[in-house]
Design a protein around this ligand. Structure first.
Ligand SMILES: Cc1cc2nc3c(=O)[nH]c(=O)nc-3n(C[C@H](O)[C@H](O)[C@H](O)COP(=O)(O)OP(=O)(O)OC[C@H]3O[C@@H](n4cnc5c(N)ncnc54)[C@H](O)[C@@H]3O)c2cc1C
Length: 393
């Protein structure tokens, strides 16, 4: 008997009601679209917090073909607390699309900053718990020191990270002697790396052990599920552009190397586009950020540029063995969309809760955003589809 069923029996005996079914004890049916890190984290959180929920994940792709599978997996985020991959909008001054996004969409208010910090704090403490449990190795988590050399003074100090990661500090003059010639400053912190090739199967196994179901299928709309599910949760990553018809969601193409170089135990960044991130079984070497590009092909010019920049930063990388080159599409949106929506589709009214658009920080934000999303799922199950009041700050 699953733990969930035992809990349900206990609830039935105690006469308590199950969330989402006023007065009743029927178990809510929740569909999650997407089996990347956002879908899996959300599905696990629903199982944990919505007692009695039957959760089914629908996804076109699982592991290969998701953006999550090739992620560098470092726990870090941008400095502006505005949006995923926020510096992109500022550094890509020549990119009109990025600027339009920043100006039109950025909810530059204290409420959003607060929410963003809450996501990060929840995520940090979730990953810390796993890291310090006997499941850390199976989940692909490891801890490593990271030097972030900055080539732009505006982005040297990241107050959001300073608020969340206890070891975060500026580099000393002594440490700056090691810095590349074009570095203008830098920070040091001990952070977590999530090797998604291990984490996704670990999370998937937990999900099925808890009684979760998985259906491999592409969905073209919500009403395909609406009649059988009380709530549909949209965690489709870049696929949400079509599914939710969202013109504010754009791909940010990223190309990386996966390299076997077990002597590299430390992370290095120069600016935001050159990085070496130690994972459990390999290091991730990057990278590129191409806003608006849908290409998932490895570009040999990018390969050459990445390898040159990375080996300049960390020369011993030259002795590493390249395992693969990989390209993924970050789902870039200002802001991340965690929101309820009542969708009328083909005569069916569907309660949808969105959780997508995490850009370059989906691994970092997944547990925190899952928690926020599950709060909205509970509200939706209770019949409250109203959005939160807009902030006047
Ligand atoms: C090169 C690179 C490096 C990165 N490094 C980091 C990092 O170091 N740290 C970090 O925090 N983040 C990093 N990211 C970002 C991170 O990988 C993403 O934010 C995250 O993977 C997004 O996860 P997701 O679950 O939303 O999307 P995905 O992993 O793409 O999952 C989407 C899921 O939805 C399914 N789907 C989509 N549409 C449909 C449909 N119509 N019907 C059915 N199923 C559908 C897909 O099949 C898939 O299962 C990196 C990204 C890239 C590209």
């Amino acid at each position: 008997m699953h733990l969930r069923n035992i809990l349900l029996t206990a609830l039935q005996c105690s006469g308590r009601k199950v969330v989402g079914q006023p007065g009743g004890l029927q178990m809510p049916n929740v569909a999650v679209i997407g089996a990347g890190i956002i879908g899996l984290s959300t599905a696990l959180r629903v199982q944990r917090e919505v007692i009695g929920a039957n959760v089914t994940i629908f996804a076109e792709k699982y592991l290969e073909g998701t953006t999550s599978i090739g992620s560098g997996g470092i726990f870090r985020c941008g400095s502006l607390a505005v949006a995923p991959t926020d510096e992109l909008a500022l550094t890509a001054a020549a990119n009109a699309l990025a600027l339009i996004h920043l100006v039109l969409r950025a909810p530059c208010n204290k409420t959003f900053e607060f929410i963003y910090r809450e996501w990060l704090k929840t995520s940090w403490s979730y990953y810390q718990d796993v890291l310090h449990s006997d499941e850390a190795s199976g989940a692909g988590l490891t801890e490593f020191p990271c030097y972030m050399f900055s080539d732009d003074e505006r982005f040297t100090w990241n107050q959001v990270l300073a608020d969340v990661i206890p070891s975060y500090r500026m580099l000393t003059h002594h440490e700056m002697e090691l810095a590349p010639i074009n570095a203008v400053g830098g920070t040091f912190f001990v952070t977590i790396s999530v090797e998604t090739r291990k984490f996704l199967p670990w999370a998937f196994q937990k999900f099925t052990k808890n009684g979760g179901k998985f259906v491999q299928r592409i969905l073209n709309n919500y009403h395909e599920l609406g009649q059988n599910f009380d709530v549909v949760v949209n965690c489709a990553g870049i696929g949400a552009k079509k599914l939710a018809n969202d013109r504010f969601l754009e791909p940010v193409r990223g190309q990386v190397f996966k390299v076997q170089a077990p002597w590299i135990k430390c992370g290095y960044y120069l600016g935001l586009d050159t990085y070496i991130i130690p994972n459990v079984d390999h290091v991730t070497v990057g990278g590129t950020r191409n806003l608006g590009s849908w290409s998932t092909e490895v570009d040999p010019h990018d390969s050459e540029s990445i390898w040159k920049r990375a080996t300049d930063l960390c020369p011993s990388l030259k002795d590493g063995t390249v395992l693969e080159e990989w390209v993924g599409l970050r789902p870039y949106r200002i802001p991340v969309r965690i929101e309820k929506e009542l969708v009328q589709s083909d005569g069916v009214t569907v309660k949808v809760v969105h959780n997508y658009g995490h850009g370059g920080y989906g691994v970092t934000l997944a547990p925190g955003c899952a928690r926020h999303c599950v709060k909205l799922i509970r509200e939706a199950l209770e019949g409250n589809m109203a959005s939160a009041p807009k902030s006047k700050l």
